[in-house]
Design a protein around this ligand. Structure first.
Ligand code: AP5
Ligand code: MG
Length: 192
C-alpha cells in the first residue's frame, strides 16, 4: 500500500492536484471536506450538524471526521493506497490516523505540503466562490476564518509528521502542471 497526505491551507490546490494524482497512481481519494459536503447534500443528521460549523469556517469535531475516515478505510479493503486530502487537520486526527493505518499493517509514506501565500489563497477562494456553490467561499471573512483555523490548529500537523521525517514542502504557486510535476517527482522517488 502507498498512502499519502496532500497537506496545505484552504485554497492551496489539494482538491485540484488530488484529482490528477489519483488518476495517475490509482489511489483512493479521501477528502473529509467532500464527504461532509455530500452528507449536507443528502441532509443526513451528520450533514445538518456539520453545516453550521463549516459555514463559519471552523473545524468540525475530531471524533466526527475520524469516524468518517474509519468507515472509509473499512469500506475500501481492496484499495492500493489512500490519498488523504483535508485530513488530518489536528494532531489528534493525525494520531488517530496513524493508529488506524497501523491496525491495517500500513502507514503514511509521505506528507506533501503545498506552500501558498495567504493573499493568493484568499484570491483563489473568492474567485472559486463565484461558481462553486460552496457557502464557505462566498464571504471573505469566512475565508479568512478558515485560514486562521488552519494556522491555529492544522499547521502543527506538519510538525507532527516532521518528527518522523515524512514532510516534503512543495511550492504551490505556479501552473497546475508545474505543481503536479513537483508532486509526482516526490512520489516517484518513494514508490517502488
Ligand atoms: P475542505 O473541503 O477540506 O476545504 P479546505 O481545506 O478549506 O480547502 P479547499 O477545498 O477550499 O481548497 P483546496 O486546497 O482543495 O484547493 P482547490 O484545489 O480546491 O474543508 C471544508 C470544511 O470542512 C472545513 O472548513 C471544515 O469545516 C470541514 N472539514 C473538512 N475536513 C475536516 C477535518 N479533517 N477536520 C475538521 N473539519 C473538517 O483550489 C482552490 C481554487 O484555486 C480552485 O478554484 C482552483 O481551481 C484554484 N487553483 C488550484 N491550483 C491553482 C494554481 N496552481 N494556480 C491558480 N489557481 C489554482
Ligand atoms: Mg479541497
Amino acid at each position: 500500500m502507498f498512502n499519502l497526505i496532500l497537506f496545505g491551507p484552504p485554497g492551496s490546490g489539494k482538491g485540484t492536484q488530488s484529482e490528477r494524482l489519483i488518476a495517475r497512481y490509482g489511489l483512493k481519494h479521501l477528502s473529509t471536506g467532500d464527504i461532509l459536503r455530500s452528507e449536507i447534500a443528502n441532509q443526513t443528521p451528520l450533514g445538518l450538524a456539520a453545516k453550521s460549523i463549516m459555514d463559519k469556517g471552523q473545524l468540525v469535531p475530531d471524533e466526527v471526521v475520524i469516524e468518517m475516515i474509519n468507515s472509509a478505510l473499512e469500506n475500501n479493503p481492496q484499495a492500493k493506497g489512500f490519498l488523504f486530502d483535508g485530513f488530518p487537520r489536528t494532531t489528534a486526527q493525525a494520531e488517530a490516523l496513524d493508529k488506524l493505518l497501523n491496525q491495517k499493517g500500513t502507514q503514511i509514506a509521505v506528507v506533501l505540503a503545498l506552500q501558498v501565500g495567504k493573499e493568493e489563497l484568499v484570491s483563489r477562494l473568492l474567485n472559486r466562490g463565484k461558481t462553486s456553490g460552496r457557502s464557505d467561499d462566498t464571504n471573505e471573512s469566512v475565508i479568512r476564518s478558515r485560514i486562521e483555523e488552519y494556522e491555529k490548529k492544522t499547521a502543527v500537523v506538519a510538525e507532527y509528521y516532521s518528527k518522523f521525517n515524512k514532510v516534503v514542502n512543495i511550492k504551490g504557486e505556479g501552473t497546475i502542471d508545474e505543481i503536479f510535476d513537483s508532486l509526482t517527482a516526490e512520489i516517484d522517488s518513494r514508490k517502488g
